[in-house]
Ligand binder design. Structure first.
Ligand code: 2PG
Length: 204
């Protein structure tokens, strides 16, 4: 019996649309984001997936995405675990700033370092490594034991908190994970063996 992990990034948010650094700010999904989340729910239902456990972050856009997926899947009787360990990478002082304005102010190279280096944090915020340092231990303690026991687990979270998980599951280097873009509402699924190792990536 193998476990199955399904990771879903929240649908497009108001600040994804406005091109603002978001991080831990609580912003809502756009109409497009709501549609993306519903489409994910339909896709999971069509694939015959029936999750046993549900995890999300402490941020509204990931929680709302999960609610919409569940609505489309017709799942009503469940327990949802919310934990801020799954929150987006904290963008610190950049939160709420426009990404183009930030490039005009600090230069393309500096902004790219803040956005896509592994261990250089933006001012007052977290690097991807800092994010992984809270996300991976949470995953190993709270989610992985269920996967080892053969359960199906659905997680809705964020671009960078999911990058941290994908890095651990696929055993990627910092360079490899930084090149990986996780699209809004696009499920990423894995089969996990009883030893906790990935058996295969599943296309849904
Ligand atoms: O603004 C954010 O919080 C993240 C995710 O949308 O942006 P980035 O693409 O810079 O990681």
């Amino acid at each position: 019996m193998t476990g199955m992990l399904i990771l879903v990034r929240h649908g497009q948010s108001e600040w994804n649309l406005k091109n603002l650094f978001t991080g831990w700010r609580n912003v809502e999904l756009t109409e497009q984001g709501i549609g993306e989340a519903r489409a994910t729910g339909k896709k999971l239902a069509a694939a015959g997936i029936v999750p046993d456990l549900f995890y999300t972050s402490a941020l509204r856009r990931a929680q709302h995405t999960l609610d919409l997926i569940l609505e489309e899947m017709g799942i009503v009787n469940l327990t949802i675990t919310r934990n801020q360990a799954l929150n987006e990478r904290d963008y610190g002082d950049l939160s709420g700033l426009n990404k183009d304005d930030a490039r005009a102010k600090w230069g393309d190279e500096q902004v790219l370092i803040w956005r896509r280096s592994y261990d250089v944090p933006p001012p007052g915020g977290e690097s991807l490594k800092d994010t992984a340092d809270r996300t991976q231990p949470y995953f190993e303690a709270e989610i992985l034991p269920h996967l080892k026991a053969g359960k199906t687990v659905l997680v809705t979270a964020h671009g960078n908190s999911l990058r941290a998980l994908v890095k651990a599951i696929e055993g990627l280097t910092p360079d490899e994970i930084l090149k990986r873009e996780i699209a809004t509402g696009e499920p990423v699924a894995y089969r996990i063996g009883p030893d906790g190792a990935m058996i295969e990536k599943v296309t849904l």
